[in-house]
Write a protein that binds this ligand. Structure first.
Ligand SMILES: NC(=[NH2+])NCCC[C@H](N)C(=O)O
Ligand SMILES: [Mn+2]
Ligand SMILES: [Mn+2]
Length: 328
């Protein structure tokens, strides 16, 4: 289990992958986020921790080459997606096994297949998932109206949906082993009708924007964690699609939907996850620096960085300097 007692290690993986959706630019997400100073900001957080705690950060990349030409009906660029996620899963598994908390920068949300798979392999299935997103990403190739795989990762991961998929060549490394009982959605507001059917039929824990409105973000996060991890012992995987945030906060993304989370709500949710001491992996996906004006891009990247910093312990009340003596 990852705890914040003792040294904290963070492994940052950039995945410049865009084949899960049709718009160009999202592959530049990781670079744009790093360029805006993410790594230094995370190092500052680690340095603010006291001497015996401290921390280390390592950077990694996953760049996958397509190795086959296998096709699956209504899954665009299938071979690329299968190949990238295979590499990514191995990388994430290795990072978590080494005791690092894994931060994956996307890329489009199809990379959630590999990150969750790797986390589950490293932790022997003792994982629960917060999928923070405007969308449920729960389509199969039979229900998707777009054929974009970034709308399918949760359906590929869920054991309860295994029988609804055809044989997927080149995906044998990936077994749908996540029970939907250990998954909660937060921020939904654009759910396709078959996705709605699946959520209702399987009783998936799902907090849409209506529930965020009714209960407030803090209660929603507590209810979500209580449902998916009542014993409070699982490693938490947060898959944060930047489009969970309102289009005003994060305009530079491919499928933005208005009426979403404020940045304050996103940050607060991540602060709560941090306080559990059980964050095992965080994905931050779908930042597309080719969409919108320069201002839009800047705002979106800043929002992404605030969300990430909160998950790794940045405090809006201010961080201590690490060295507890006041300079004279
Ligand atoms: N990760 C995302 N932004 N997903 C958007 C999915 C949109 C739509 N439900 C689809 O399946 O195509
Ligand atoms: Mn989304
Ligand atoms: Mn998504």
């Amino acid at each position: 289990m990852c705890t914040w007692k003792g040294e904290t290690k963070i492994g940052v993986v950039g995945v410049p992958f865009d084949k899960g959706q049709p718009r160009i630019g999202v592959a530049n997400g990781p670079n744009a986020i790093r360029k805006a100073g993410l790594v230094d900001k995370l190092r500052n957080i680690l340095n603010s921790r006291s001497k015996h705690q401290g921390g280390r950060l390592r950077e990694h990349h996953v760049r996958a080459q397509q190795r086959n030409r296998k096709k699956v009906p209504n899954m665009r660029e299938y071979a690329h997606v299968a190949c990238c996620n295979c590499e990514l899963s191995k990388k994430v598994e290795q990072i978590i096994r080494e005791g690092q908390i894994c931060l994956t920068l996307g890329g489009d949300h199809s990379i959630g297949i590999g990150t969750v798979d790797g986390h589950i392999k490293a932790k022997n299935k003792d994982v629960c998932i917060l999928w923070i997103d405007a969308h449920a990403d729960l389509n199969t190739n039979k229900t998707s109206t777009t054929g974009n795989v970034h709308g399918m990762p949760m359906a590929l991961l869920a054991s309860e949906l295994a029988d609804y998929w055809p044989y997927l060549p080149g995906m044998d490394w990936q077994q749908p082993v996540v029970s939907i009982r250990n998954v909660a959605y937060i921020g939904l507001r654009s759910v396709d009708s078959y996705e709605r059917l699946v959520i209702d039929k399987l009783g998936i824990t799902a907090f849409g924007m209506g529930e965020v409105e009714d209960y407030g973000i803090s209660t929603v996060v507590n209810m979500a964690l209580e449902k998916i991890d009542p014993e409070r012992e699982r490693s938490i995987h947060v898959s944060f699609d930047i489009d969970a945030l309102d289009a005003l906060e994060a305009p530079s993304t491919g499928t933005c939907v208005r009426g979403g989370l404020t940045l304050r709500e996103g940050v607060h949710a991540m602060e709560m996850v941090h306080r559990t001491g059980r964050l095992g992996a965080l994905d931050l996906v779908e930042v597309n620096p080719s969409i919108g004006t320069e201002q839009d891009v800047k705002r979106t990247i800043e929002a992404a960085i605030h969300v990430i910093q909160a998950a790794f312990g940045h405090s809006r009340k201010g961080l201590s300097p690490g060295n507890p003596t006041l300079p004279v």
